[in-house]
Design a protein around this ligand. Sequence first.
Ligand code: ADP
Length: 393
Amino acid sequence: MTLLVILLLLLAVGLGIGVWWYRDQLRQEQQRQARDFASLSERRREELHAQAERTSALFDRMVEGLIVLGADGRIRLANRAAGALFDFVPPAEGRTVLEATRHHEVAALVARLEHEPEVLNHELRLESVAETRYLQVNALALRTAAGTRDGAILVFHDLTRLRQLEAVRQEFVANVSHELRTPLSLIKSAAETLVDGGRHDPAITVRFLAIIEKQANRLTLLIDDLLLLARLDSGRIELNLTDLPLQQAAQEALDDSAVVAGARGVRLENRVAADVSAHADPERLRQVLINLIDNAIKYGREGGTVVVGGRVLERGRVELTVRDDGPGIPAESRERIFERFYRADKARTREQGGTGLGLAIVKNVVHAHGGEVRVESAPGEGTEFFITLPAAG
Ligand code: ADP
């Protein structure tokens, strides 16, 4: 009997211990699961955060402006480019498109998406006091799986630079055509005169053949300059860089211009210091110098003086200058004379027979050497062009 009681007691104690042990294990397991769950959700939160950061960095790096609208028509997300285009600070969450862009045409586009699934390649003009910008807009209506409206995405592509380049190209083609037409029409009318009987008079023949030759030479010059500029523009020009003493380079260019200078009674002076050497392409530099010296003779004072100077500057650079004592360049033209076909005094310069490309070539060649070009001019006192180049060595 006593033994039975003892056995029952032992059994009860054993059961109690078993239940306690089981509960303890269960508690530990629950704690472990809770810890795992907490760290899992922390990791998930971090992942989501990192993903959101990546997405927003990606959107902000986009060149195109991007605006995402929610079902209520309010902005959910707008990237930096969109902010820059419409002058607002992203993300602009909660604002309407009209509030953020202040542009009725954009709001009208969003309204169109109520009835149309997308609006593609819509062109937008943004006028401001400073400039006009051209945008291409692609807008897409978003729908849920059930087909209800769920906002929209607007992508803005800035076409302004493209439009500007197109305008420059058109102007360039118009200018080239104009420049070609003048000598061509002179050649044509000289040839017609000869065909129509002028050839029977030796004096007329000689005069008109000389016109044809002169204008054909002018066409050749123009085409050579155009081809050179095209090669400079596309970076297809290879510079044969070498250490070049500039006093000698200046003298060779001055010698080449001596006949033209003589015809206008212009005195040429070489004042380049003996120790100045540049790291430059001799052939290209000669072209630059001849263009500047020829201009100084053509547009300078008849019977005047043209001086080429040169000195060593700081930080491994040298300077070349070409100065005349002519009428100078008006202030409003000074900025523009390096543009293709720009002429300060149209009537006068055309009669001088220039292509209007000389200074554009000078600027491009000097830039290709890593140098700079600028001009100083005072009305009535003359003009001086300054070129910097890398020094030799
Ligand atoms: P162009 O073939 O007409 O000489 P350039 O590009 O060499 O073309 O020069 C552009 C314009 O700059 C010239 O048409 C002229 O009006 C002006 N210009 C250039 N050099 C001088 C100068 N030394 N003095 C006055 N005007 C100049």
